[in-house]
Design a protein around this ligand. Sequence first.
Ligand SMILES: Nc1ncnc2c1ncn2[C@@H]1O[C@H](COP(=O)(O)OP(=O)(O)OP(=O)(O)O)[C@@H](O)[C@H]1O
Ligand SMILES: [Mg+2]
Length: 509
Amino acid sequence: MGLPPYKGVPQVSESILLEMNHIRKEFPGVIALKDVSLQLRAGEVHALLGENGAGKSTLIKVLAGIYNADSGEIRINGNPVVIQSVPDAQRNGISVIHQELVLVPHMTVAENIFLGREPVAAGRVVNYKKMNRDSREILDSFELDIAPEDEISRLTIAQQQMVEIIKALSFNAKILVMDEPTSSLSEKDVGFLFETIKKLKKSNVGIIYISHRMSELKQITDRITVIRDGEYIGTKDTAAAANDELIAMMVGRKLTHYYTRTFGEPQEPVLEVKNLNDGKLLHDVSFQLRRGEILGFAGLVGAGRSEVMKCIFGIDPFASGSVLVEGKPVKIHNPEEAMRLGIALVPESRKLEAIFPMQSVMFNITIKILKEFIKGIFVDKEKEKSITREYVDDMAIKTPTFAQLAGNLSGGNQQKVVIARWLATKPKILILDEPTKGVDVGAKAEIYAIMNDLVKQDVSIIMISSELPEVINMSDRVVVMRGGNVVECLSREGLTQEKIMQYATQLAS
Ligand SMILES: Nc1ncnc2c1ncn2[C@@H]1O[C@H](COP(=O)(O)OP(=O)(O)OP(=O)(O)O)[C@@H](O)[C@H]1O
Ligand SMILES: [Mg+2]
């Protein structure tokens, strides 16, 4: 069986490290991969691009030995290999950084890095000394402020992601796969990661890189393979591929409206936060959210944006300061009280804080509004279904049925489910923490359009975002935070990425 012809680039002559040919993988009710092929050269960074649910993670899991393909073949250096388990993959020099964190929360950093291959001392006990020493060495080479003895559950999401990355690197793999490695990393960590990738390239490691951030793909990949609905669409040289062309390959159509936003006149404040202190990071945080506006929150990772919202929403207590909703001082002690005041918060880490993986899509969407369907001792299933249908359609959530377990959806679709859950509560004040993280371009456009519809209906939105183009194009005003302080509130006129970054870093104080 020959390879599928490469559309766009000539057949490669360089040494091909890995070939995945005509891979097919079916799940009950879903054909995740119909016929996907991928070629990876030694020393190449190869992007895998496609919409949420296109099959990217599934392809990677086939390579990693987590799923067994229904058909197709894998070759390494031209030789067919059988990969039916994770150890099989490791033996073949394949190492994977998965989209979902798979670290063991109650073990230490070192234990996680060496899980299953712990060094043993005399008497066949684990040599913790050596394990910690070796881990320390790797952590230091990344200049990370993490100790080998730290328990995973105590680390921030970004730190956990760095541990994942380090763990994958410690296998000295010839083939390294990164499934959205940067989604929760700080700018500094992304910098380290990219430096590491460059070094690995030089030592001829082949890297498969999955990300929804086009700018990253342009920066570090050599070629891009696009898949759509489980099918191979084509492969392009990164340098020669225009964004529009890639998007058209991904979504199968031209995307005309990306940012949808109609700006209205400023109205009265609906939420006022005055001198909020949490006794830890936050220092005298004050701002106003007006009716029917989108208020962007920009800043570096760790600036305190999510912390502010958690205080307002009653997840975390605050030491001093006041919150007014529609002019009235309120005391919010827990999320239920916040919801009663018409506030909703879509958290950043959907996986850890929000999704119920072993429950259905319908359950996950309607859980917050369940009481609306209860009539006596019965649940009005029809109403529950019709609401679920509304959001699955509006947000183009890709699922075979409403009964599908949410944990089986692709990463991006799980995020849409969580956003839908909070929209269903019909909030007056909607707080979105990184709403488009891990979401594909088409779905991003859908989320922007939904946000625009909501503000037109006088809902007020706070949007925390690290994607500056989205902040600039969607926000009426932008609050910039740095080190737990609000440093500036910028109006829409004359807003640029540079201006925001100046305030977010030390440069303009
Ligand atoms: N274990 C599973 N059981 C059932 N269906 C699954 C399973 N894993 C994935 N799927 C389905 O296979 C399809 C491809 O999912 P996959 O996770 O590979 O997408 P993806 O391209 O990685 O998307 P994203 O960008 O959102 O991460 C989706 O329709 C998904 O719902
Ligand atoms: Mg995925």
